[in-house]
Ligand binder design. Sequence first.
Ligand code: TXA
Ligand code: MG
Length: 322
Amino acid sequence: MSASLADARDLDVAIQHLTQGELVAFPTETVYGLGADARNARAVAELYARKGRPQFNPLICHVASLDQARQIGLFNPSAALLANTFWPGPLTLVVPRRAECSVAPLACAGLPTIAIRVPNHPLAQALLQGCDFPIAAPSANRSGRLSPTSADHVREDFPDIHLLDGGRCTIGLESSVIGCLDDAPMWLRAGGIARADIERVLGRTLSLPPQEAEHQAKLAPGRLARHYAPAHQLVITDLPAAPSDALIYMGQKLAQHEGPSFNLSASENLAEAASNLYEALHQMDRQLTQPHARIIVRPIHDAGLGEAIMDRLQRAQVSHAQ
Ligand code: TXA
Ligand code: MG
Protein backbone atom coordinates (compact mmCIF):
# COMPACT_ATOMS: atom_id res chain seq x y z
CA MET A 1 0.00 0.00 0.00
CA SER A 2 1.14 3.54 -0.72
CA ALA A 3 1.74 5.90 2.16
CA SER A 4 -0.44 9.03 2.02
CA LEU A 5 0.12 11.55 -0.76
CA ALA A 6 2.67 14.30 -0.23
CA ASP A 7 1.65 17.36 1.82
CA ALA A 8 3.08 20.87 2.19
CA ARG A 9 5.61 19.72 4.81
CA ASP A 10 6.96 16.97 2.50
CA LEU A 11 7.31 19.62 -0.19
CA ASP A 12 9.27 21.97 2.09
CA VAL A 13 11.58 19.12 3.10
CA ALA A 14 12.10 18.24 -0.58
CA ILE A 15 13.01 21.84 -1.46
CA GLN A 16 15.41 21.95 1.49
CA HIS A 17 17.06 18.64 0.49
CA LEU A 18 17.55 19.75 -3.11
CA THR A 19 18.93 23.12 -2.02
CA GLN A 20 21.45 21.32 0.19
CA GLY A 21 22.64 19.13 -2.70
CA GLU A 22 20.69 16.01 -1.76
CA LEU A 23 18.54 13.86 -4.05
CA VAL A 24 14.73 13.83 -4.04
CA ALA A 25 12.28 11.61 -5.94
CA PHE A 26 9.17 13.37 -7.27
CA PRO A 27 6.19 12.58 -9.48
CA THR A 28 5.67 13.93 -12.98
CA GLU A 29 2.78 13.14 -15.33
CA THR A 30 5.06 10.76 -17.29
CA VAL A 31 7.13 8.80 -14.74
CA TYR A 32 8.71 9.59 -11.35
CA GLY A 33 12.01 11.50 -11.52
CA LEU A 34 15.09 11.30 -9.28
CA GLY A 35 16.09 14.95 -8.92
CA ALA A 36 19.19 16.95 -8.05
CA ASP A 37 20.09 20.66 -8.23
CA ALA A 38 21.32 20.74 -11.83
CA ARG A 39 23.90 23.45 -11.02
CA ASN A 40 25.55 21.35 -8.33
CA ALA A 41 28.15 19.05 -9.95
CA ARG A 42 28.56 16.99 -6.77
CA ALA A 43 24.82 16.36 -6.49
CA VAL A 44 24.65 15.47 -10.19
CA ALA A 45 27.60 13.05 -9.82
CA GLU A 46 25.79 11.44 -6.89
CA LEU A 47 22.70 11.10 -9.10
CA TYR A 48 24.59 9.19 -11.82
CA ALA A 49 26.21 7.00 -9.15
CA ARG A 50 22.97 6.15 -7.29
CA LYS A 51 21.22 5.34 -10.57
CA GLY A 52 24.16 3.35 -11.92
CA ARG A 53 23.89 5.42 -15.09
CA PRO A 54 26.79 5.80 -17.53
CA GLN A 55 28.03 9.39 -17.54
CA PHE A 56 27.87 9.58 -21.36
CA ASN A 57 24.08 9.61 -21.11
CA PRO A 58 22.92 13.16 -20.23
CA LEU A 59 19.99 14.13 -18.00
CA ILE A 60 16.85 16.19 -18.61
CA CYS A 61 16.77 19.56 -16.81
CA HIS A 62 13.30 20.35 -15.47
CA VAL A 63 12.18 23.97 -15.07
CA ALA A 64 8.89 25.67 -14.14
CA SER A 65 8.37 27.72 -17.32
CA LEU A 66 9.57 28.58 -20.82
CA ASP A 67 11.04 31.81 -19.38
CA GLN A 68 13.29 29.75 -17.11
CA ALA A 69 14.11 27.38 -19.97
CA ARG A 70 15.34 30.33 -22.03
CA GLN A 71 17.90 31.13 -19.32
CA ILE A 72 19.71 27.84 -19.94
CA GLY A 73 18.99 27.00 -23.61
CA LEU A 74 18.65 28.72 -26.98
CA PHE A 75 15.22 28.36 -28.59
CA ASN A 76 14.97 28.58 -32.38
CA PRO A 77 11.49 29.16 -33.91
CA SER A 78 10.63 25.41 -34.00
CA ALA A 79 11.66 24.96 -30.38
CA ALA A 80 9.65 28.01 -29.31
CA LEU A 81 6.59 26.78 -31.23
CA LEU A 82 6.76 23.32 -29.65
CA ALA A 83 7.34 24.75 -26.17
CA ASN A 84 4.42 27.15 -26.50
CA THR A 85 2.15 24.35 -27.75
CA PHE A 86 3.06 21.42 -25.51
CA TRP A 87 4.51 22.87 -22.27
CA PRO A 88 3.79 22.14 -19.54
CA GLY A 89 3.61 18.52 -20.69
CA PRO A 90 5.31 15.27 -21.74
CA LEU A 91 7.75 16.85 -24.21
CA THR A 92 11.53 17.31 -23.84
CA LEU A 93 13.39 19.70 -26.14
CA VAL A 94 17.11 19.32 -26.85
CA VAL A 95 18.52 22.76 -27.72
CA PRO A 96 21.96 24.41 -27.72
CA ARG A 97 23.21 25.30 -24.23
CA ARG A 98 23.49 29.00 -23.55
CA ALA A 99 27.07 30.18 -22.95
CA GLU A 100 26.06 31.48 -19.50
CA CYS A 101 24.03 28.35 -18.63
CA SER A 102 24.30 27.60 -14.90
CA VAL A 103 23.77 23.83 -15.30
CA ALA A 104 26.78 21.65 -14.42
CA PRO A 105 28.39 20.30 -17.64
CA LEU A 106 28.18 16.78 -16.17
CA ALA A 107 24.35 16.96 -16.28
CA CYS A 108 24.67 17.37 -20.08
CA ALA A 109 27.43 14.73 -20.31
CA GLY A 110 29.76 17.47 -21.56
CA LEU A 111 27.67 18.04 -24.71
CA PRO A 112 27.07 21.56 -26.10
CA THR A 113 23.32 20.80 -26.01
CA ILE A 114 20.81 20.59 -23.16
CA ALA A 115 17.56 18.64 -22.74
CA ILE A 116 14.82 20.71 -21.07
CA ARG A 117 11.28 19.90 -19.94
CA VAL A 118 8.48 21.76 -18.16
CA PRO A 119 6.38 19.06 -16.49
CA ASN A 120 2.66 19.42 -15.91
CA HIS A 121 2.22 17.53 -12.62
CA PRO A 122 1.08 19.88 -9.80
CA LEU A 123 3.66 18.51 -7.33
CA ALA A 124 6.49 18.79 -9.88
CA GLN A 125 5.37 22.35 -10.62
CA ALA A 126 5.22 23.24 -6.90
CA LEU A 127 8.69 21.77 -6.40
CA LEU A 128 10.16 23.66 -9.36
CA GLN A 129 8.54 26.91 -8.28
CA GLY A 130 9.90 26.43 -4.77
CA CYS A 131 13.46 25.98 -6.07
CA ASP A 132 15.06 28.81 -8.01
CA PHE A 133 17.21 26.40 -10.02
CA PRO A 134 16.69 23.70 -12.69
CA ILE A 135 16.28 20.15 -11.41
CA ALA A 136 18.23 17.48 -13.32
CA ALA A 137 16.16 14.31 -13.18
CA PRO A 138 16.28 10.96 -14.94
CA SER A 139 13.51 8.44 -14.31
CA ALA A 140 13.69 7.29 -10.67
CA ASN A 141 14.78 3.70 -11.34
CA ARG A 142 18.18 2.10 -11.13
CA SER A 143 19.70 1.79 -14.63
CA GLY A 144 18.39 -1.20 -16.55
CA ARG A 145 15.28 -1.47 -14.36
CA LEU A 146 11.69 -0.54 -15.05
CA SER A 147 10.68 3.16 -15.08
CA PRO A 148 8.56 3.96 -12.01
CA THR A 149 4.93 4.99 -12.46
CA SER A 150 3.96 4.78 -8.78
CA ALA A 151 5.56 5.76 -5.48
CA ASP A 152 5.89 2.08 -4.56
CA HIS A 153 8.01 1.45 -7.68
CA VAL A 154 10.38 4.22 -6.54
CA ARG A 155 10.58 2.84 -2.98
CA GLU A 156 11.68 -0.55 -4.35
CA ASP A 157 14.76 0.98 -5.99
CA PHE A 158 15.50 3.88 -3.60
CA PRO A 159 14.01 3.16 -0.16
CA ASP A 160 16.19 5.76 1.60
CA ILE A 161 15.59 8.75 -0.69
CA HIS A 162 13.05 11.47 0.25
CA LEU A 163 10.01 10.83 -1.96
CA LEU A 164 7.04 13.02 -2.83
CA ASP A 165 4.13 10.63 -3.31
CA GLY A 166 1.85 11.85 -6.11
CA GLY A 167 -0.02 8.59 -6.69
CA ARG A 168 0.06 6.93 -10.10
CA CYS A 169 1.47 8.78 -13.11
CA THR A 170 -1.33 9.58 -15.56
CA ILE A 171 0.68 9.23 -18.78
CA GLY A 172 2.97 6.42 -17.66
CA LEU A 173 5.50 6.67 -20.52
CA GLU A 174 8.54 8.97 -20.61
CA SER A 175 8.38 12.27 -22.50
CA SER A 176 8.87 12.45 -26.26
CA VAL A 177 12.31 13.94 -26.99
CA ILE A 178 12.78 16.32 -29.94
CA GLY A 179 16.13 17.77 -31.02
CA CYS A 180 15.86 21.43 -32.16
CA LEU A 181 19.46 22.16 -33.12
CA ASP A 182 19.03 23.37 -36.71
CA ASP A 183 16.25 23.81 -39.27
CA ALA A 184 15.26 20.15 -39.15
CA PRO A 185 13.70 19.10 -35.82
CA MET A 186 14.66 15.52 -34.97
CA TRP A 187 12.63 12.70 -33.38
CA LEU A 188 15.02 11.42 -30.69
CA ARG A 189 12.68 9.38 -28.46
CA ALA A 190 9.08 8.27 -28.87
CA GLY A 191 7.07 9.11 -25.75
CA GLY A 192 3.98 10.66 -24.24
CA ILE A 193 3.13 12.87 -27.24
CA ALA A 194 2.52 11.10 -30.55
CA ARG A 195 4.84 11.90 -33.46
CA ALA A 196 1.93 12.91 -35.71
CA ASP A 197 0.73 15.52 -33.17
CA ILE A 198 4.18 17.14 -33.16
CA GLU A 199 4.46 17.03 -36.95
CA ARG A 200 1.03 18.62 -37.32
CA VAL A 201 2.10 21.59 -35.19
CA LEU A 202 5.42 21.96 -37.03
CA GLY A 203 3.79 21.51 -40.43
CA ARG A 204 6.61 19.16 -41.49
CA THR A 205 7.91 15.65 -40.85
CA LEU A 206 10.52 15.09 -38.17
CA SER A 207 13.93 13.86 -39.25
CA LEU A 208 15.43 10.73 -37.67
CA PRO A 209 18.85 10.51 -36.01
CA PRO A 210 21.62 8.93 -38.12
CA GLN A 211 22.41 5.31 -37.27
CA GLU A 212 26.22 5.59 -36.97
CA ALA A 213 27.42 5.24 -33.37
CA GLU A 214 29.58 8.38 -33.50
CA HIS A 215 26.55 10.52 -34.41
CA GLN A 216 24.33 8.77 -31.91
CA ALA A 217 26.82 9.56 -29.12
CA LYS A 218 26.30 13.27 -29.78
CA LEU A 219 22.68 13.44 -30.95
CA ALA A 220 20.91 10.55 -29.26
CA PRO A 221 23.18 9.14 -26.53
CA GLY A 222 20.22 7.43 -24.85
CA ARG A 223 20.06 4.97 -27.74
CA LEU A 224 23.47 3.59 -26.85
CA ALA A 225 22.50 2.91 -23.24
CA ARG A 226 21.26 -0.47 -21.99
CA HIS A 227 17.53 -0.58 -21.55
CA TYR A 228 15.07 -2.24 -19.28
CA ALA A 229 14.83 -5.99 -19.53
CA PRO A 230 12.41 -7.99 -17.37
CA ALA A 231 13.88 -10.93 -15.44
CA HIS A 232 11.87 -13.21 -17.75
CA GLN A 233 12.25 -13.27 -21.50
CA LEU A 234 9.82 -10.93 -23.27
CA VAL A 235 8.51 -11.92 -26.69
CA ILE A 236 6.26 -9.79 -28.91
CA THR A 237 4.20 -12.24 -30.91
CA ASP A 238 0.75 -13.33 -32.07
CA LEU A 239 1.67 -16.99 -31.53
CA PRO A 240 -0.08 -18.88 -28.72
CA ALA A 241 1.29 -18.52 -25.17
CA ALA A 242 2.19 -21.62 -23.11
CA PRO A 243 0.19 -22.12 -19.90
CA SER A 244 3.30 -21.25 -17.89
CA ASP A 245 3.76 -17.92 -19.73
CA ALA A 246 2.30 -14.54 -18.80
CA LEU A 247 0.25 -12.68 -21.40
CA ILE A 248 -0.05 -8.93 -21.95
CA TYR A 249 -2.73 -7.92 -24.42
CA MET A 250 -5.28 -5.29 -25.30
CA GLY A 251 -9.00 -5.43 -26.15
CA GLN A 252 -11.58 -8.14 -25.58
CA LYS A 253 -10.18 -11.10 -27.49
CA LEU A 254 -8.24 -13.00 -24.82
CA ALA A 255 -7.97 -16.59 -26.04
CA GLN A 256 -8.10 -19.07 -23.16
CA HIS A 257 -4.97 -18.47 -21.10
CA GLU A 258 -4.28 -20.17 -17.78
CA GLY A 259 -1.23 -18.19 -16.70
CA PRO A 260 -1.10 -14.62 -15.39
CA SER A 261 -2.43 -11.99 -17.77
CA PHE A 262 -2.85 -8.22 -17.96
CA ASN A 263 -5.22 -6.31 -20.22
CA LEU A 264 -3.62 -2.93 -21.05
CA SER A 265 -6.95 -1.49 -22.16
CA ALA A 266 -10.23 -3.34 -22.69
CA SER A 267 -11.44 -0.53 -24.97
CA GLU A 268 -8.11 -0.50 -26.92
CA ASN A 269 -7.47 3.07 -25.82
CA LEU A 270 -3.75 3.75 -26.41
CA ALA A 271 -3.46 6.42 -23.71
CA GLU A 272 -4.85 3.95 -21.17
CA ALA A 273 -2.56 1.21 -22.49
CA ALA A 274 0.48 3.50 -22.18
CA SER A 275 -0.39 4.41 -18.61
CA ASN A 276 -0.62 0.70 -17.70
CA LEU A 277 2.44 -0.57 -19.58
CA TYR A 278 5.14 -0.43 -16.88
CA GLU A 279 2.74 -1.64 -14.19
CA ALA A 280 1.85 -4.60 -16.45
CA LEU A 281 5.51 -5.53 -17.02
CA HIS A 282 6.18 -5.16 -13.33
CA GLN A 283 3.28 -7.39 -12.28
CA MET A 284 3.82 -10.10 -14.89
CA ASP A 285 7.53 -10.36 -14.10
CA ARG A 286 6.68 -10.78 -10.40
CA GLN A 287 3.89 -13.30 -10.94
CA LEU A 288 5.90 -15.72 -13.10
CA THR A 289 7.50 -18.38 -10.94
CA GLN A 290 9.37 -20.63 -13.42
CA PRO A 291 12.70 -19.20 -14.67
CA HIS A 292 12.07 -20.19 -18.31
CA ALA A 293 8.53 -18.86 -18.44
CA ARG A 294 8.11 -15.93 -20.85
CA ILE A 295 6.15 -12.71 -20.96
CA ILE A 296 4.22 -12.86 -24.22
CA VAL A 297 3.04 -9.47 -25.51
CA ARG A 298 0.58 -9.11 -28.34
CA PRO A 299 1.84 -6.56 -30.91
CA ILE A 300 0.22 -3.14 -30.80
CA HIS A 301 -0.42 -1.04 -33.89
CA ASP A 302 2.63 1.19 -34.31
CA ALA A 303 0.77 4.53 -34.66
CA GLY A 304 0.04 7.36 -32.24
CA LEU A 305 1.11 6.42 -28.72
CA GLY A 306 1.46 2.85 -30.03
CA GLU A 307 4.88 3.87 -31.40
CA ALA A 308 6.25 4.64 -27.93
CA ILE A 309 4.65 1.52 -26.42
CA MET A 310 6.21 -0.70 -29.12
CA ASP A 311 9.55 1.12 -28.76
CA ARG A 312 9.74 0.25 -25.03
CA LEU A 313 8.60 -3.35 -25.66
CA GLN A 314 11.13 -3.87 -28.46
CA ARG A 315 13.96 -2.55 -26.27
CA ALA A 316 12.89 -4.92 -23.49
CA GLN A 317 12.82 -7.83 -25.97
CA VAL A 318 16.28 -7.04 -27.38
CA SER A 319 17.89 -6.20 -24.01
CA HIS A 320 17.04 -9.65 -22.73
CA ALA A 321 18.74 -11.27 -25.70
CA GLN A 322 21.99 -9.35 -25.00
O1 TXA B 1 9.39 11.79 -18.94
C1 TXA B 1 10.61 11.92 -18.82
O2 TXA B 1 11.31 12.37 -19.73
C2 TXA B 1 11.23 11.53 -17.46
C3 TXA B 1 10.71 12.49 -16.40
C4 TXA B 1 11.36 12.24 -15.05
O3 TXA B 1 10.90 13.81 -16.82
N1 TXA B 1 12.65 11.54 -17.53
C5 TXA B 1 13.37 10.65 -18.24
O4 TXA B 1 14.72 10.82 -18.12
O5 TXA B 1 12.87 9.77 -18.91
P1 TXA B 1 15.79 9.76 -18.64
O6 TXA B 1 17.07 10.20 -18.06
O7 TXA B 1 15.35 8.37 -18.28
O8 TXA B 1 15.82 9.96 -20.18
C6 TXA B 1 16.37 11.15 -20.74
C7 TXA B 1 16.61 10.97 -22.22
C8 TXA B 1 17.75 10.00 -22.46
O9 TXA B 1 17.42 9.18 -23.57
C9 TXA B 1 18.90 10.95 -22.82
O10 TXA B 1 19.85 10.32 -23.65
C10 TXA B 1 18.17 12.08 -23.53
O11 TXA B 1 16.99 12.24 -22.78
N2 TXA B 1 18.97 13.32 -23.49
C11 TXA B 1 19.29 14.09 -22.43
N3 TXA B 1 20.09 15.12 -22.78
C12 TXA B 1 20.28 15.02 -24.11
C13 TXA B 1 21.02 15.78 -25.09
N4 TXA B 1 21.73 16.85 -24.75
N5 TXA B 1 20.98 15.35 -26.37
C14 TXA B 1 20.24 14.27 -26.74
N6 TXA B 1 19.53 13.51 -25.87
C15 TXA B 1 19.55 13.87 -24.58
MG1 MG C 1 14.89 6.20 -17.92
